[in-house]
Design a protein around this ligand. Structure first.
Ligand SMILES: C[S@@+](CC[C@H](N)C(=O)[O-])C[C@H]1O[C@@H](n2cnc3c(N)ncnc32)[C@H](O)[C@@H]1O
Length: 194
């Protein structure tokens, strides 16, 4: 996953914006729901927040308070530093967070938890609760007929092909797994606060 996202960094936001390879993808209501998601993030109380696997900072820029973004990919972080100039960014591993116990008030993570297998999800949850008492997770919602767990075949602009593990949720199952509550649920995104 790390190598794939590092290569994908310059074209990553095309997915959020429905551009490039994603231009023809049918996603009814996506843009309006994205605006609502951004509003939910802006409404979170401003506290010391660690955005784990922050990517290009596309959502990081909507988090308020003292915000640190962490990602494995330096190419993602280069973009994030431009896109979210109010946050500080560091390279590191989400499964072994380079921070002291209780260094933050909240761990935030978007579209990362759904790429972890069972063992990795447990490791991530242990690390998140070590560094902060609160966890907010953004994930995609399973579409009709989609498998909960799958390996997706993905292609990048340079023609390279990758297999990426994806575990999707329906909302209540994610809330139960995290021991939290659904803060927002639409057709595309779910936000759980634990
Ligand atoms: C699907 S992207 C999500 C990016 C961003 N959170 C968003 O919602 O736009 C997944 C991100 O996880 C990062 N990543 C993958 N494995 C990682 C790890 N072990 N530690 C930290 N970041 C990792 C990738 O570099 C990539 O930026």
């Amino acid at each position: 996953m790390k190598a794939y996202y590092d290569r994908r960094a310059p074209e990553y936001d095309d997915w959020w914006l429905g551009q490039g390879l994603y231009e023809d993808r049918e996603r009814p209501g996506w843009e309006a729901e994205l605006r609502r998601l951004e509003g939910v993030l802006r409404d979170l109380p401003p506290v010391r927040t660690l955005d784990v696997a922050c990517g290009t900072g596309f959502l990081t820029r909507h988090l308020r308070g003292e915000v640190v973004g962490l990602d494995a990919s330096e190419r993602m972080l280069e973009i994030a530093r431009r896109q979210a100039p109010n946050a500080r960014f560091e390279q590191g591993d989400a499964l072994s967070l380079p921070f002291e116990d209780d260094a933050f008030d909240r761990v935030f993570t978007s579209y990362f938890y759904c790429h972890l297998d069972d063992d990795q999800r447990n490791r991530f949850l242990a690390e998140a609760s070590r560094v902060a008492p609160e966890l907010v997770v953004v994930a995609s919602i399973r579409g009709d007929g989609d498998d909960f767990e799958r390996w997706e075949e993905r292609r990048l602009n340079d023609g390279s092909e990758w297999n990426v593990y994806k575990r999707v949720f329906e909302g209540p199952d994610l809330a139960a797994e995290l021991g939290g509550e659904i803060a927002f649920k639409g057709r595309w995104f779910v936000v759980v606060q634990a």
